[in-house]
Design a protein around this ligand. Structure first.
Ligand SMILES: [Fe+2]
Length: 341
């Protein structure tokens, strides 16, 4: 692609991002298929994911999602290769820090090892940065470092291969808790990452992306969405810092949470599918900044999501607490997206 082509394509993409032209955004590369979206492949690699899940004020919701996840995995006999914990892993008080009993009750027992015998890769959400009384994110790093747990969070930002054996995707897990532009903490925030950390992570992210890709797919995971039809909307700092890198390196998937709903967004000319899974248990708040007409999918519902991976295809599914698949699509290594009917 020439520089001129690139700038034209980028201008067109940005215009669509802010004008919210859903129909035009989908037309060039998305097709609908009659493949049965409810037929997981037991021979593929599998990861279930949840965002915004550890809310002890809404344990009933979290429990109903967790039960649906286990029932779904059992129903289709899906050996789990990973759990993706998309942030806001623990809301509220977290007494005892690394010794907090909520690690056991709200994680180890909630997502039982006999079903999910796999690493649970976590990224920090804004609520994980709260000091209640210790900064919960630091307690999560310390808990993972102890070992003897599935909780996997070796650093503030890190990368891994999915699955661990015969990997299909290179996954880059990032901290999206960006400093406030004016340096002030508002809306009840007690901590965010520092400006120095933001720059360090950005340089590390660029270096990771510059490495030769040894898997068919590349995935980036963070708590905050870059683009969202939910109340938090689009994220200006992430659009400036990360979105151009996703385009340049043709990242296949960006997985996030933060808004308490399930979403899938596509944009004309953009190589990345934006997939949001924030229905893991926290309350489904009603506020909406504006009605945003982008797609192909948005549903404000509790639920979880499923990444199925073979060397030839990623399949993404959103499911509700009844275990019903409410949206699904596939993505090929060359970037073709197919919505499953
Ligand atoms: Fe959040």
């Amino acid at each position: 692609m020439t520089t001129l082509d690139h700038s034209l394509s980028r201008r067109r993409f940005l215009r669509q991002s802010f004008i919210f032209s859903a129909a035009a955004a989908l037309r060039p590369f998305t097709s609908f298929a009659t493949i049965d979206k409810s037929s997981p492949n037991p021979h593929a690699a599998h990861a279930l994911m949840i965002g915004d899940w550890g809310d002890d004020r809404h344990l009933e919701s979290q429990t109903s999602v967790a039960r649906a996840m286990a029932a779904y995995a059992r129903q289709y006999r899906l050996k789990q290769d990973a759990l993706f914990l998309l942030g806001d892993n623990f809301y509220g008080e977290f007494p005892g820090g690394v010794n907090c009993p909520r690690f056991r009750t709200d994680f180890e027992e909630m997502y039982p090892k006999d079903v999910f015998d796999c690493p649970a890769y976590a990224v920090p959400g804004n609520h994980d940065y709260e000091a209640r009384p210790e900064i919960k994110f630091q307690s999560q790093l310390a808990y993972a470092a102890r070992g003897n747990t599935r909780w996997t969070e070796p650093a503030q930002w890190y990368s891994y291969k999915f699955p661990l054996h015969n990997p299909i995707a290179t996954v880059i897990a990032l901290d999206s808790n960006m400093p406030f532009p004016d340096g002030k903490l508002t809306h009840g925030f007690t901590h965010v990452m520092t400006e120095e950390q933001r720059k360090q992570q950005l340089e590390w992210f660029k270096a990771e992306l510059a490495k030769p890709l040894t898997t068919p797919f590349r995935i980036v995971i963070a708590h905050h969405p870059i683009f969202s039809n939910g109340p938090h909307g689009d994220h200006k700092v992430l659009i400036a810092d990360w979105e151009p890198l996703l385009r340049e390196h043709e990242v296949h998937l960006y997985l996030a949470g933060h808004d308490h709903d399930l979403q899938h967004l596509e944009f004309e000319g953009h190589p990345t599918s934006f997939f949001l899974s924030g229905g893991g248990g926290a309350d489904l708040y009603n506020e909406r900044n504006e009605v945003v007409q982008r797609g192909p999918f948005f549903n404000k519902v509790h639920g979880f999501s499923h990444l199925e991976a073979t060397e030839k295809l990623l399949t993404l599914r959103h499911l509700d607490t009844d275990g019903k698949i409410i949206h699904a699509f596939t993505k090929s290594p060359d970037g073709k997206v197919t919505i499953l009917a």
